[in-house]
Design a protein. Structure first.
Length: 269
């Protein structure tokens, strides 16, 4: 009959565990010859990396650089649009709140997907997409949304002008891409169609019974917000100058008090 095995003490178990742990640590160590990675000369990843970029076959480095400059501006615009949409989503009030609140969530998701697609196209072309906040504020050429809490008509009047600018720039980018790369062109065309659909949804909320926008001929976001917020949806008018004196006074008060600063800033049509 074999002798009973000697029970393992707690100290022995602990020493065995520490020994195994030490060996595993050694295997993971940069000093280990089992790791074929040069830890002493890591590759530097930065926006100033001047290494040879990779781009698809058939596209020259000069063409890829040109496309990435175009796409980077579209990325800035789309990321900014997504943040603007969320700002409106949080701050819109009044009748029609829930319909607009939920509608804008779809716009946000669609815009996020478009920004992701543009960023991945930049990477495919050998570039480094930049969507960081600090870069966005220096790369864009427009101001932040001027409205805080506001009624549905005011926010959508301003948003309509935002879409005007984004869509116009997307169309221009598609036309430029068409000269050198049909793949990038197709992507931008599809996104432009989606953005135009979103603008149609917005305009349906600020259209009067004559099929005209309540923002009239306003050129800036602030003007459009004030015009849409003070207009009657039943009134037929083509130009803001046809407003009655009382509505004109109301609009001016809206610009000065509700918006807070009727400056000429903002994106023009």
């Amino acid at each position: 009959m074999p002798a009973p095995s000697k029970p393992i003490s707690a100290d022995s178990s602990r020493r065995w565990f520490l020994s195994v742990k030490s060996r595993l640590r050694h295997l993971r160590s940069p000093r280990s010859s089992l790791l074929p990675i040069d830890h002493h000369h890591p590759r530097e990843w930065s926006h100033d990396n001047h290494g040879t970029p990779l781009h698809p076959s058939g596209i020259t480095e000069a063409t890829a650089t040109e496309l990435n400059e175009i796409l980077q501006q579209r990325l800035v615009s789309l990321v900014d649009l997504r943040l603007t949409l969320k700002h409106i989503h949080w701050n819109v009030v009044g009748p029609g709140f829930m319909a607009v609140h939920e509608m804008l969530d779809d716009h946000v998701e669609g815009t996020r997907a478009a920004a992701d697609e543009v960023a991945e196209r930049i990477a495919t072309l050998g570039g480094i997409p930049n969507g960081l906040p600090g870069f966005l504020t220096t790369a864009r050429t427009w101001d932040d949304c001027s409205l805080g809490r506001g009624v549905v008509e005011a926010h959508l009047g301003a948003l309509d002008k935002v879409y005007d600018g984004v869509i116009a720039d997307h169309r221009a980018a598609a036309e430029a891409a068409a000269k050198v790369d049909p793949v990038t062109e197709d992507m931008l065309i599809a996104q432009t169609g989606k953005l135009e659909l979103y603008q149609w949804f917005v305009r349906a909320h600020i259209e009067n019974t004559s099929g005209e926008l309540m923002s009239g001929d306003a050129r800036t976001e602030i003007e459009a917000a004030a015009a849409a917020a003070t207009a009657s949806p039943m009134a037929k008018r083509s130009h803001s100058r046809s407003l009655s004196p009382s509505l004109t006074h109301t609009r001016r008060r809206f610009e000065a008090c509700v918006i807070g600063h009727p400056s000429p800033g903002g994106r023009s049509a």
